[in-house]
Design a protein. Structure first.
Length: 83
């Protein structure tokens, strides 16, 4: 993940997805190929207990455990905090 000093200011409005709610944006090349590789590796190496298998996919919850009465907070790993 690169330093903030290397990032430039971008007009985010041009990345809004008009067919979806106003909070949806598509940012091509948001991360570099090397950052993608690092993130994929970190996610893949996560403990098997972090994975939840659903019908046609699997997922991981980070930052909290879903509960009927809301989220049970948990600390985010350092590698996620930099994002």
């Amino acid at each position: 993940m690169e330093n903030d000093e290397n990032q430039e200011t971008v007009d985010i409005e041009k990345f809004r997805v008009k067919e979806l709610p106003d909070t949806v944006f598509y940012l091509p090349n948001f991360i570099t190929p090397s950052e993608e590789t690092i993130l994929f590796d970190l996610i893949s190496r996560s403990a098997k207990t972090k994975w939840t298998q659903l019908r046609n996919r699997r997922l991981q919850n980070w930052g909290g455990i879903p509960h009927l009465k809301g989220m049970i907070p948990e600390d985010m790993p350092k590698w996620i905090q930099v994002l």
